[in-house]
Design a protein around this ligand. Sequence first.
Ligand SMILES: [Zn+2]
Length: 108
Amino acid sequence: MIDRTQFGEQLREIIAATEQKIAGYEAAAAPVTPDDSIGRVSRMDAINNKAVVEAALRTAKRKLQRLKAMEANLDDPNLGLFKRCGRPIPMGRVLAMPESPFCVRCSS
Ligand SMILES: [Zn+2]
C-alpha cells in the first residue's frame, strides 16, 4: 500500500512543477515575430524550436491532466495499482510517468 498523505504531497509538488514547466513552454512557444533583424537562418531555428517546444507542451499538459485526475482521486482504493493486473505501482514511477497506467509486463 502506498502512503496517501505522502503521495498527495509529492503529487502536489509535481503538479506545481509541471504547471511551471507548462508556463515556460507557453512563453517559449509564443509566435515567432517576423522580424528581419534576426535573419532567415535563426528564424528557421526559432521555428524548429517552436515545434519541439509545442510537442513538449502537449506532453506536459497531458501529464498535468493525469496528475490532477490522480489528485482528485486520492481516496480511490485502486490508486497506486496498475489498471490491468492490479499490482502496486512503485510511487516514483507513478509520479514520473502518470500517463502510463500499465506495468511493463502488461503494456508489452
Ligand atoms: Zn501489470
